[in-house]
Design a binder for this molecule. Structure first.
Ligand code: SAH
Length: 346
């Protein structure tokens, strides 16, 4: 096997075998990565030009009933500061965001039972009523098919639910026994079937992950064909049992972004905050490797630091307006432009 041949195969067929993908991930040289990067960047430019879609992230709750081993807001972290946003606070974030040019609002949070279907549907309906030209994306974990349906009927357009890993054995090493790989995957298929533009995704460098696991993640994306894929490096959180595990590597994350782009030319692919956290200019590098979305934070400043999934998260001290100015400047510095657009999957 040789890496160049595998890259050419992926370019032609949008796929490769698990063995080939794992081999590439383990062996790609800097020169080969640059070849892959250029192809991925060209693919993104062909689909989106040099426009970057923005999504306003509203972190609505730091309460969570789950206990994912990697996550700082897991229920057994007694040091986590818990908050939840009211409907009014959420609508205020949207108001600020709309004025700044956002046309997608992403409501993300821990799995917080306070946000019943009734409360959540009302919030979605209010946002859609006030901002009919905006898309609403939810990222609220596994709620079950009936709940997903109600939220879709209330007007939610998209749903992000990272699969985290496509290997059930690996999934067990990252989650407590009461959480189920099967349910996570089933939820993703349900979301798609209901009609959501659906996002899957995974962390790069999560504890116990192998190159073969990552190859499986790539193949899973090819199979599910989600409209979006969120990937970022694993970053340890000091109050979790993975506190001493190494963070995911920048180079490997960038390689995966390029592979995802080449295998899924039209997928909506964010350069994530976690990527910006592990390296100065990380999000810019993400764009240059094929990403086409950034997700600035619209959460109220006073709560930002408390939505602490991992350590050293960037932008926790900024106002929304500062965030968007900073990102605009960063995108311009590499020849790209942030656009005011819903940025739907085409
Ligand atoms: N409760 C929702 C939202 C989870 S937070 C859900 O279950 O989908 C969004 C994503 O952050 C997670 O899917 C996970 O992939 C990522 N994340 C959590 N902890 C992290 C860490 N320590 N490092 C990097 N990413 C992390």
């Amino acid at each position: 096997m040789e890496v160049t041949g595998i890259i050419e195969k992926i370019e032609k067929q949008q796929t490769a075998s698990k063995e080939e993908l794992a081999f590439l991930l383990e062996n790609i040289s800097d020169t080969e990565l640059e070849v892959l990067r250029k192809k991925a960047q060209q693919t993104a430019i062909k689909a989106f030009g040099k426009s970057i879609y923005i999504r306003g992230l509203i972190e609505l709750s730091s309460y969570c009933k789950n206990d994912c081993y990697y996550c700082g807001i897991r229920r057994s972290n007694k040091n986590a500061v818990r908050y939840r946003l009211s409907e009014e606070q959420i609508l205020d974030c949207c108001k600020t965001g709309y004025a700044l040019g956002f046309r997608t609002f992403v409501l993300q949070g821990g799995e917080d039972p306070y946000y019943t279907d009734e409360r959540m549907c009302k919030i979605v309906r209010e946002i859609k009523k006030n901002y009919p030209d905006c898309a609403v994306t939810l990222s609220l974990g596994e709620r079950g098919k009936e709940s997903f349906k109600k939220l879709f009927e209330a007007g939610a357009d998209r749903y992000l639910l990272r699969h985290e890993t496509a290997n059930p054995e690996h999934y067990k090493k990252l989650h407590p026994p009461e959480m189920s790989y099967e349910n996570r995957i089933k939820s993703l298929y349900e979301l798609k079937k209901i009609g959501f533009q659906t996002g899957a995704g995974f962390m790069v460098g999560s504890p116990f992950q192998t190159y073969e696991d990552l190859a499986n993640d790539l193949l899973f994306i090819g199979e599910l064909k989600p409209q979006m894929c969120g990937i970022g490096p694993f970053v340890p959180h000091h109050d979790t049992q993975f506190a001493d595990k190494p963070q995911g590597s920048l180079r490997l994350t960038l390689t995966l972004l390029s592979l995802i782009r080449l295998m899924n030319p039209k997928i909506l692919l964010p350069a994530t905050t976690a990527l910006g956290t592990i390296a100065g200019g990380g999000r810019e590098l993400g764009i240059l490797h094929g990403a086409n979305v950034v997700m600035p934070n619209l959460s109220p400043s006073e709560h930002r630091a408390d939505y602490s999934l991992y350590d050293n998260k960037i932008c926790t001290g900024d106002e929304a307006a500062e965030c968007i100015r900073c990102l605009s400047r960063r995108m311009k510095s590499i020849g790209y432009n942030i656009v005011t657009d819903r940025g739907d999957y085409k």
